[in-house]
Design a protein around this ligand. Structure first.
Ligand code: AOF
Ligand code: ZN
Length: 335
């Protein structure tokens, strides 16, 4: 394997040690080689507000140990004063000869590459696509000022979430449902709709829940309201778009409240509307080995009329797991 790719993959591995602790900042890892090409230090961004990966790695070394060496980092080193001073200054001070990055920073405050080049340091980029995938939440947050949205669906093999009468308990197994309880905790917020709350009366235990309830139809006794912080987006606090709540507006509101990631658990109407508006970044699809074989069963996405398969939304499966008798597919949407 190419040496640069090898050390960049090591940066990805180190970066992921910060998973769950660094948002809204990116996950970043760093490897430093001395002038002979020997790895002499490693570091990563451990928690929000803490030292950046480059600083973490370089401060473990004596002043001249990295001189003439190479620094690998999966994100362009920063050039701004934030919670910490610019990493480029430390890289220049420690006289590195070359810096290999995974991607340019999408933070408009940062232009580390120009600063490094001006200082005579050679800059290269490798594995950009993987680097962007690793920090897809940070990229979405920074560029769109919106949370990263993962939609969960639980379907039969024919893509149905319930019969026409609304019978849906349970499509997937107990094991899958236990997996969903765990998953929820990895997100800052759960998003659901009044339709789902009224149809299923779910508890959806979580610290922060957002319910889209345009006409305030959810009953005060609903299970979902009994625990956690609740944000109800209704016609009273949210503008309408085509007669429905403007979901993009709601997502931007959530981001302003510090929500970086949203786990959407809802029926086909909201899922379809969000899909159509390009508001879903990723889908976690549980598939049960069951077939309803009923034309009037409800689909996990409804609401649009698409005639050409070429107009389908497209994605990329990046993970598949068997959970009990079910499958869990993870897919990032690309269009
Ligand atoms: C990190 N960790 O390892 C790198 C980051 O407020 P600050 O000073 O922590 O700066 C945050 C910004 O710094 C962040 O948005 C990103 O653009 C850049 N790089 N951030 O938290 C790191 N290398
Ligand atoms: Zn930095």
């Amino acid at each position: 394997m190419n040496i640069d790719e090898k050390y960049m993959r090591e940066c990805f591995r180190l970066a992921q040690k910060g998973y769950g602790r660094v948002l809204p900042n990116p996950m970043v890892g760093c490897v430093v080689l001395d002038k002979t090409g020997t790895p002499v230090s490693k570091g990563y961004h451990k928690k929000y507000g803490g030292n950046h990966a480059e600083r973490d790695a370089l401060l473990k070394l004596k002043n001249n140990e990295a001189e003439g060496g190479t620094l690998y980092v999966n994100l362009e080193p920063c050039s701004h004063y934030g919670k910490t001073p610019p990493c480029v200054d430390l890289i220049i001070e420690r006289k590195l000869k070359r810096v290999v990055i995974g991607m340019r920073d999408v933070n408009p405050k940062v232009d580390g590459v120009s600063r490094l080049i001006e200082a005579g340091i050679c800059v290269d980029m490798v594995l950009e696509e993987e680097a962007k995938f690793l920090n897809r939440v940070f990229i979405k947050n920074m560029t769109r000022k919106m949370p990263y949205v993962v939609l969960k669906t639980a379907i039969t093999m024919d893509g149905k979430i319930s019969t026409k009468t609304g019978s849906s308990k349970w499509i997937t197994s107990e094991e899958s449902r236990a997996e969903v309880y765990k998953m929820r905790q990895e997100f800052d917020c759960i998003l659901t709709s009044s339709n789902t709350v009224i149809a299923d009366n779910p508890k959806m235990e979580h610290q922060f829940k957002c319910i889209l309830d345009k006409d305030l139809r959810v009953n005060k006794d609903a299970e979902i309201l009994k625990q956690g912080r609740i944000y109800i987006a209704s016609g009273k606090n949210t503008p309408l778009k085509d007669g429905r709540l403007d979901i993009e507006y709601v997502l931007k509101e959530l981001y302003q409240k510090g929500i970086c990631t949203v786990f959407a658990e809802c029926g086909g109407t909201l899922a379809g509307a969000m899909l159509k508006s390009g508001l879903i970044d990723e889908i976690y699809q549980f598939i049960a080995p069951k077939i309803l074989n009923d034309n009037s069963g409800l689909s996990c996405f409804t609401g649009d009329n698409i005639l050409n398969i070429s107009d389908a939304k497209k994605g990329r499966f990046y993970d598949i797991k068997k959970i009990g008798p079910d499958l869990l597919l993870k897919c990032v949407l690309t269009t």
